[in-house]
Design a protein around this ligand. Structure first.
Ligand code: ADP
Ligand code: MN
Length: 326
């Protein structure tokens, strides 16, 4: 159960609007969203089980209290009212969505010691042509034309990478600077800790597993009739080099001092504790599709080439990176 009073700001988003919350334990995120996105989660859960496997677990919805600090976009606002810091923030993040409904989702960053997170926004067409005002359409077409959205049907929407001391945060403008020939540098930056810390075989194995999951998403969409505008594939992997090493099955570098074997009582107790909290065991990575504000199942319309092409090009970039570990 969720205690609304104990929700906290989710500080770790790689991109997107402000206003995402997390529960006390960090297992769930609470994202203000449209009814349309909730309906898409419900429909996917019930009618598209294969694709649902590629989505964060849908845990329900929540009515948030009146969003007191959501800016009233209908009121004329004097830019002078805002401090420079507030203006920067508005430019950097989308504004909070003006809604009181939120979706409760599995937090894909949960369970990692230092999650590295990459948000890849999919598609060259980034809006539903039947539902979008010309001004917004023009604006999004312009961004697509100037970025790899236009050339590769995906772009880096944002990422954060643990550098061993703190996080390097790459905002949405970072990903807009790449072209199809140098986008590989963005992938190299995101996966840079693999080059430094772990063994090349492990790095390659992890990259290949991530690639396989992106391929799985593409295959699922190739068998579906859907339209997903501005959806993303979110890639998370363990950024803590020692934790990743251990997860990849390597013995710890520094042997533990206390080598006394655990007593039977201790073993039993720790097993009981594991049974009690149904915590998932830690994983090396997660790959999921997210952001379905403009997504729909569209029987009769054929497959979503706009997104399929993007996923294929992401796979090609993963291949380029994998080749560097061979
Ligand atoms: P929008 O872009 O419309 O604001 P998104 O669904 O893309 O909404 O979410 C914004 C950001 O929040 C994403 O870039 C991602 O970093 C983070 N995020 C979204 N869903 C999850 C999730 N289930 N677990 C962890 N982080 C998430
Ligand atoms: Mn998004």
């Amino acid at each position: 159960t969720l205690d609304q009073a104990k929700l906290k700001a989710f500080e770790n988003a790689a991109a997107g609007h402000d206003g995402v919350l997390s529960d006390e334990s960090g297992e769930m995120i609470i994202k203000p969203c449209t009814d349309h996105e909730i309906a898409f989660y419900q429909e996917s859960l019930h009618h598209h089980p294969k694709f649902y496997e590629l989505m964060p677990l849908f845990m329900g919805t929540l009515q948030l209290g009146a969003p007191a600090n959501v800016p009233d976009v209908t009121a004329p606002s004097e830019p002078a009212d805002l401090t420079q810091d507030q203006k920067d923030k508005q430019l950097l993040h989308g504004q909070k969505i003006a809604t009181e409904t939120a979706i409760v989702l599995e937090n894909l960053e949960h369970g990692f010691k230092k999650p590295n997170v990459l948000d890849l926004k999919l598609g060259a067409l980034l809006y539903d042509p039947e539902q979008t005002k010309p001004e917004k359409a023009e604006r999004l077409d312009k961004v697509a034309a100037e970025t790899t959205s236009g050339s590769l049907n995906f772009r880096i929407a944002g990422m954060k990478v643990w550098n061993g001391k703190d996080y390097d945060v790459y905002d949405k403008f970072y990903g807009r600077k790449f072209n199809k020939d140098n986008i590989k540098d963005g992938f190299a930056t995101f996966f840079s800790s693999l080059g430094a810390a772990s063994r090349p075989d492990d790095a390659r194995e992890l990259l290949e597993t991530i690639l396989a999951e992106i391929t799985k998403a593409r295959h699922s969409l190739e068998r579906s009739e859907s339209r997903m505008y501005s959806a993303s594939v979110l890639i998370v992997y363990e950024g803590d080099a020692d934790a990743l090493d251990t997860l990849m099955g390597n013995p710890p570098k520094t042997p533990r001092v206390d080598e006394r074997a655990p007593t039977n009582f201790e073993i039993k107790k720790s097993q009981e504790e594991e049974d009690e909290d149904e915590e998932q065991p830690p994983v090396t990575h997660r790959v999921k599709m997210i952001d379905f504000a403009h997504a729909a199942w569209t029987p009769g319309k054929g497959r979503d080439e706009n997104v399929i092409k993007g996923l294929k090009n992401v796979e090609d970039q993963m291949d380029v990176l994998i080749a560097r570990f061979e």
